[in-house]
Write a protein that binds this ligand. Structure first.
Ligand code: PGA
Length: 254
């Protein structure tokens, strides 16, 4: 199966820098079928990047969107508008959205429905805080976030999941290989119990949180890790592509 390399640019990069980075990513050769690459740029440069791409690679996504198709929601952008601008995917429920912009399980569920209605592929972000991990609530949090976000959504709907422990995002503290294996194993079990995965296949589950070229190989070797959602290290071609190479190498070693 093709591994996934996703870059969340957050509130960084304008048209010139973003275009240069997109070109560098597009020009980097990997064995055919070994890697699917996606970037989530700021909305203001999405359409410019969509025009820039010569082929549909890398794919483009939005970091956030509103649940409704249109209406009086000042400052918001609908999933349909994001799609028109060139997005194929949408991050839903990133922990920065939950923590800084008051998103909760209910709004995440509404956004999941909106994203699917517009024909975008949702990348559902879930993960526990440090306090929740210390209280040994990681499994409960992951089950709750998955269950609530997917309520009412058909089992066959397109879905990627990103496990992103909040304490590892932007902190330089990466989860250990054992912690990631355990959390991903649990997510896969839960998806199976919800009828969204079987031995024949399951939605891809990405890991995110301080992934860099140094720690990528160890994590990429885990069979439970289908790819990475990379923040800080996705802003430079050299580090982002080195992480992609680690995924490709691990794929050949498995
Ligand atoms: P980070 O961010 O790689 O900078 O920790 C990951 C994310 O927020 O998706």
């Amino acid at each position: 199966m093709s591994r996934i390399l996703a870059g969340n640019w957050k509130m960084n990069l304008g048209v010139a820098e973003g275009t240069a980075l997109l070109r560098a990513i597009g020009d980097h050769a990997v064995p055919a079928g070994s890697l699917t690459t996606v970037v989530f740029p700021p909305l203001t440069i999405l359409a410019a990047l969509a025009r820039e791409r010569r082929i549909q690679d890398p794919k483009l996504g939005v970091q956030n969107c509103h649940a409704e198709p249109k209406g009086p929601f000042t400052g918001e952008v609908s999933p349909e508008m994001a799609r028109e601008a060139g997005a194929e995917l949408a991050l839903v429920g990133h922990s920065e959205r939950r923590r800084l912009f008051c998103e909760n399980d209910a709004s995440v569920q509404a956004k999941m429905k909106g994203v699917l209605r517009a024909g975008l592929k949702p990348v559902l972000c879930i993960g526990e805080t440090l306090a929740e991990r210390e209280r040994r609530e990681t499994r409960d949090v992951l089950s709750r976030q998955l269950g609530r976000a997917l309520e009412g959504i058909p089992a066959r709907a397109p879905l990627w999941v990103a496990y992103e422990p909040v304490w590892a995002i932007g902190t330089g503290v990466v989860a250990t290989v054992d912690e990631v294996a355990e959390a991903h194993g649990w997510v896969l079990e839960e998806l199976g119990r919800m009828g969204r995965g079987s031995a024949a296949g399951h939605p891809p589950v990405l890991y995110g949180g301080s992934v860099d070229p140094k720690n990528a190989s160890g994590l990429a070797a885990l069979p439970e890790v289908d790819g990475f959602l990379v923040g800080g290290a996705s802003l430079a071609a050299e580090t982002f592509l080195a992480i992609g190479d680690a995924l490709v190498k691990a794929e050949h070693a498995i």
